[in-house]
Design a protein around this ligand. Sequence first.
Ligand code: MG
Length: 383
Amino acid sequence: MKIKERIIILGATGSVGTTVLAEIAQHRERFEVIGISCNGNVKQALTIVQSFSVPNLAVVHPKISVPQDVGAKIFRDVDGLVEMVNTLDFDILVVAISGLNGLRPTLKAIERGRTIILASKEVLVVAGEMVMHLAQIKSAKILPLDSEHNAIFQCTRGENRFIRQLWLTASGGKFWNMDPQTIRHASVTEVLQHPKWSMGKKITVDSSTMANKGLEIIEAMHLFSVKPEQIKVAIHPSCVIHSLVEFCDGSFLAQMSPVSMKYAARYCLFYPERIDISEPSLNLFQLESLRFEHPDLERFPCLRLALAVAKEKQSKHIAFNAANEIAVELFLQEKIAFGTIPPLIESILTKIESKDYATVEEIMAVDQMVRTRTKQLAKDFYI
Ligand code: MG
């Protein structure tokens, strides 16, 4: 009998974490969840601890209290995530927490030569070179769980050197063909109604501004060792093709599956094998048209900014990510308008020198500095 794969899931209560757990629940003979983390949703985390008999739980939010005797060893704060990854005996680390909290535990797992299923795009956006370089030295596998990158990963198995271009598809959110003036004044409720994907609030806003696609361009550069000029974005409203690879001989490969993260999660969990499932997948005869559109950079200024940022050094990548995160937070609090997210990010980017860094501490310091400056600058944009 095959020994079970031991898994730690960081961000187990989020939308990606939940999807991964649902897949694991169907294959308990193959996997053993030995550690999970949550930010503040201890209630849901404890339900997972119980139903998967998880012996270790990390709670990141410093102000959330954890009841005693929950049947699991408790780790606290971001340091607790690193400690968990450093001390437990595991095979696979799933990184599904948003923000930079995933960076240090990811690096620690790579140092230990473990397999990483990576959903947190921020990790590669702020430290892609460091992460990929270390993974190569330590022979640690990085399996991308972001649907676009997962699609490309499925299409390029062993053929990275033949890539001519990568085509990232984007749903375009609900605004892809709306008039730019209307988009600028969209309310929080309107922005949060994504037509295709059901996701967390931050990523749903990012999908509507296409800042998400911007972050994914930087993510793809690092994952597949391609130049920013080799990455194209196509709006594909039906969301059936999750991305495409154009090879040097003129052939394209695309990956298709229904609009759900479970297909990417399943691929990563069973890689390099494929699991046999009994449920129906796509019905080709019921598909909408597979059309593609150019993204309009006037409608999506965040994508224009990201395309420029991708060609710059690391400091600009960190700044784009951090400024966007603060801008989205302020929009969700209804302090700034939807249309002021891009100019706020742009005004920070012009103030940051283009520079590379060698340590996590430097990355964290720049990230913090940008957050503080964005909050100060945002006051000029308040409604
Ligand atoms: Mg994605």
